[in-house]
Design a protein around this ligand. Structure first.
Ligand code: PLP
Length: 471
């Protein structure tokens, strides 16, 4: 084939796209045959690729072949049903189709007129999700890429609320303080760094023996800061912490935030989706009193990375903090024509809503409920088996779909166990440290996972532990 000098013809596109779609269908059908973690060393892929980009265009068949032969073998398979590390995510079929269609439309809906359907679908799909989670109807939704960026926007709102001069004057002079727990995600601290509040002004509040923020310790920290002339700005409890999925007592924390006149932002990015189940609605108890809330459909709602759903009861503050409209983007005001560039740092916005809309419609609330309920039931069954096994112990309660456990041995043996499990290719787990001890984490949440997958993972763990060297 001669080197292509123009974009693909419709016929070329149709043929190559059909081939790619066939590959996706086969990939998803046979993914269990692949090792979850690729057997590669750093630099292996780079060494196989040319140092410089091609002078002349290349044939799509050659590009697709290299995708299959070079890229896929060096990929960690997040879509693998036995990927249990970090947090278990997956891209459902309808969402993969939606991603392709969104790329075809290639809309940038910075203002309503640059993407009317995209702006409206973002509101509609986030409205459906908000209702399924039982959040107040007054919560206004915005899509960002990640929970880290959602939390950064929460802190920007908090700063705007308590210190509106910061928008004009810049530095807040080390006066504002953010409170979160010892177990909170690093994105809270990073957001404080990014927006000039400063790392030293983030208080990591101690937790109880179930890793939940202690409201009394929070109150004490606020008192002590007020005495020193500091100003509480934002309080960030977590519903489903990264290490253990512990759930902070949001209702008690909300009362403290109200007294301190601080913004309350709830990080439910990993586990919040479980509140779609009536029996897990308790997870979001008190969240209706938050000024902002984040949940990530790209974590436990079968939507491909990236999509973080940010809700706020004060869109006016978000807009006041960040709206800045250059002449070329001025459009006629209309209450129903939302210009999303007013509600965040990014100007350009890709069409993320389509994949969420496809997922919500394909599964329906009932389908999502059924899958999450299975994940939770299987997690608790496996936690019971681990608890009952003489060689293993649970290291934290299991409120949602993550098990923290360890082999009854030394930290080094547990490190070795994790390496063996991951090197087996049959499952991928990660670790954390709890109460100074090295702990293995096993997250459940893949849309295609079955209880048989969990059985294989548990067998792999036990057989890897059986061969461990003595401490
Ligand atoms: N918050 C919590 C509780 C998390 O567990 C994570 C990631 O694991 C994040 C925030 C950051 O998520 P993202 O990668 O979407 O920024």
């Amino acid at each position: 084939m001669t080197s292509p000098q123009t974009d693909m013809s419709p016929e070329q596109f149709r043929r190559a796209a059909h081939e790619a779609v066939d590959w996706v269908a086969d990939y998803l059908a046979t993914i269990r045959d692949l090792p979850v973690l690729p057997r590669v060393r750093p630099g292996d892929l780079t060494d196989q690729l040319p140092a410089a980009g091609p002078e002349r265009g290349e044939a799509i068949d050659d590009i697709l072949r290299d995708f299959r032969d070079l890229i896929v073998p060096a990929t960690t398979h997040w879509n693998h049903p036995r990927f249990h590390a970090y947090f278990s995510v997956s891209a459902a079929g309808p969402a993969i189709i939606a991603e392709m269609l969104a790329a075809a439309l290639n809309v940038n809906h910075m203002v309503w007129q640059s993407g009317p359907a995209q702006a409206e679908l973002e509101q509609v799909s986030l409205g459906w999700l908000r209702d399924w989670l039982g959040l107040p109807e007054s919560f206004f939704g915005v899509m960002y890429d990640t929970a880290s960026i959602s939390t950064m926007h929460a802190l920007i709102c908090a700063r705007e609320l308590v210190c509106p001069e910061a928008r004009r004057e810049g530095s807040v002079g080390g006066r504002l303080v953010v409170y979160t727990s010892e177990q909170a995600h690093s994105s809270v601290e990073k957001s404080a760094i990014a927006i000039g509040i400063g790392q030293n002004n983030v208080r990591r509040i101690p937790v109880d023996d179930e890793f939940r923020m202690l409201p009394e310790a929070l109150e004490e920290a606020i008192e002590s800061d007020l005495h020193r002339g500091k100003q509480p700005c934002c309080i960030v409890p977590t519903v489903g912490t990264t290490s253990t999925t512990s759930v902070d007592p949001v209702r008690a924390i909300a009362a403290i935030a109200e007294r301190a006149r601080a913004w309350l932002h709830v990080d439910a990015s990993c586990s919040g989706a479980a509140a779609i189940l009536p029996e897990y609605r308790w997870l979001l108890d008190g969240c209706e009193r938050a000024q902002s809330f984040v949940v990530n459909p790209h974590k436990w709602l079968f939507t491909p990375v990236d999509l973080s759903a940010f809700y706020t009861s004060r869109p006016d503050i978000l807009k006041r903090a960040l709206s800045l409209v250059p002449e070329y983007l001025k459009t006629r005001e209309d209450a129903r024509a939302l210009n999303f560039m007013d509600y965040g740092v990014p100007l350009g916005r890709r069409f993320r809503a389509l994949k969420l809309w496809f997922v919500l419609r394909w599964f329906g609330r009932e389908g999502i409920t059924r899958i999450l309920r299975n994940h939770l039931a299987w997690t608790h069954e496996l936690a019971d088996e681990i608890r009952a096994h003489p060689d293993f112990e649970l290291c934290a309660p299991v409120p949602v779909s993550l098990i923290c456990f360890r082999y009854r041995g030394t930290d080094d043996q547990n490190r070795e166990l994790l390496e063996r499990i991951n090197a087996s290719g049959r499952a991928f787990l990660s670790h954390t440290v709890l109460n100074g001890r090295y702990v293995l984490r096993l997250s459940v949440g893949n849309v295609r996972a079955t209880c048989e997958d969990l059985r294989i993972t548990w067998e792999t763990i036990q057989s890897c532990a059986a061969g461990l060297p003595a401490s």
